[in-house]
Design a protein around this ligand. Structure first.
Ligand SMILES: Cc1ncc(COP(=O)(O)O)c(C=O)c1O
Length: 385
């Protein structure tokens, strides 16, 4: 079977982990700090490492001021964790449809919803149909494709809403504006990366919050560490917090991966470019496309095929030893857990729902060999013939 994903690990990761084990310091040690500094140097924003991307999203929402009963505008086309984090904060997702071809949350539709249904008051942005407060915007950088930050910053600033970006799939992607390059998430108020082993870089389990609001750093650090403010006593808890700490073994792996970022990025790009070339003569296959403002370090390589054939194509690939997955089908509002809570939403997001029926993620990882990519594409060609 050609697997869907596989981490790219070297002696550097192994040596750092052995160093941690030899030191006996397994938590809150030097590797956590070094990993955070490496992420900060790369993204240009201070970083707080946490135990997962989901934990990071939860903390970012709390630091952005999201409270029970609030609404947070987000996308239905994502991994379920982006909406789950909103529920974890006691708030409720207000879903808006996505845009073609990036499949990111559509800023024009968000703007239209705000103009039609919201009013800016001294207490915040009130959603008139429900009387609730819209407290934040939470777009997702789907498959690693960065947001159009000029557009999103204007929108967030016009409404005084914090931009909390789920950049869990976007480590190593950049927003390009003229001669300037900005790392994904770095123009948000808060952004979160995730490092599960299928991601562009991994820590095993882990995540990072970066923020443009330096004043929020003590709160983020306290909330991940059982509410302890920095410099306080171990058994004194100034806030009600969580255990969302990243351990030293994970940070050691993450540091090595950050130090190898350019190598990892170049390999991933080469694999994506090989797929682009191999798939070029399959007219039924829509390949991933980067917008003019995007330098994408793809998380997954997702093609789209006609929806009436998608399931048969996936089945054929599986039987030919090619592991595939429908990222993201069903969309979040049609997940069993969400259909119950939001029964009236099916059919409301036509762009997301159509894309969900067309997507197939192909095997995609740095060490994927050309002959295996040829095998994947041949199996795809047979399935479509
Ligand atoms: C878009 C998105 N959001 C959130 C997450 C959650 O990250 P984690 O699995 O580290 O909690 C992921 C990755 O799994 C993701 O792809």
């Amino acid at each position: 079977m050609i697997p869907l994903s596989r981490p790219d690990l070297s002696d550097r990761e192994r040596n750092y982990v052995m160093e941690v084990l030899a030191s006996g310091r397994l938590a809150l040690g030097p590797f956590l700090e070094r990993f955070e500094q490496a992420v900060e140097a790369y993204t240009n924003r201070p970083a707080v490492a946490v135990s997962s991307g989901t934990a990071g999203l939860h903390l970012a929402l709390l630091a952005a001021g999201v409270s029970p009963g609030d609404l947070v505008i987000t996308t239905p086309f994502s991994f379920v964790a982006s909406a789950n984090a909103i529920l974890c904060a006691g708030a409720e997702p207000l879903f808006v449809d996505v845009e073609e071809p990036t499949l990111n949350l559509d800023p024009a539709k968000v703007e239209a919803l705000l103009e039609a249904e919201a009013v800016r008051t001294e207490k915040g942005v009130i959603h008139r149909p429900t009387g609730r407060t819209i407290r934040a915007l939470l777009p997702v950088e789907v498959f690693g494709h960065p947001l159009n930050y000029t557009r999103w910053r204007d929108l967030a600033d016009a409404w005084g809403l914090p931009l909390v970006v789920d950049a869990c799939e976007a480590m190593g992607s950049f927003y390009v504006s003229g001669a300037s390059r900005y790392h994904a998430g770095s123009l948000a108020d808060f952004a979160v990366f995730a490092f599960y082993p299928n991601k562009q870089i991994t820590t095993g389990e882990g995540g990072v919050v970066i923020t443009a609001r330096e004043e929020a750093l003590p709160l983020l650090r306290a909330l991940r560490n059982q509410g302890r403010l920095q410099g306080g006593l171990w058994l004194t808890h100034d806030l009600v917090g969580y255990n969302y700490r990243m351990d030293e073994m994970s940070a050691a792996v993450g540091l090595a991966q950050m130090e190898r970022m350019e190598e990892l990025r170049a390999r991933r790009k080469a694999v994506a470019e090989r797929y682009d070339a191999l798939l070029a003569d399959l007219p039924e296959v829509r390949r991933p496309q980067a917008a003019s403002y995007a330098d994408v370090n793809w998380f997954v390589y997702v093609i789209r095929v006609p929806e009436d054939r998608r399931d048969a194509v996936m089945e054929h690939l599986q039987t030919r030893g090619v592991e595939v997955r429908p990222y993201f089908d069903p969309p979040i509002h049609m997940q069993p857990a969400y259909r119950e809570r939001f029964p009236h939403l099916a059919g409301k997001f036509p762009v997301a729902e159509r894309a969900s029926r067309q997507v197939i993620a192909l095997p995609f990882f740095n060490t994927l060999q050309e002959e295996d990519q040829v095998r994947v594409v041949e199996a795809l060609r047979e399935a479509l013939a």
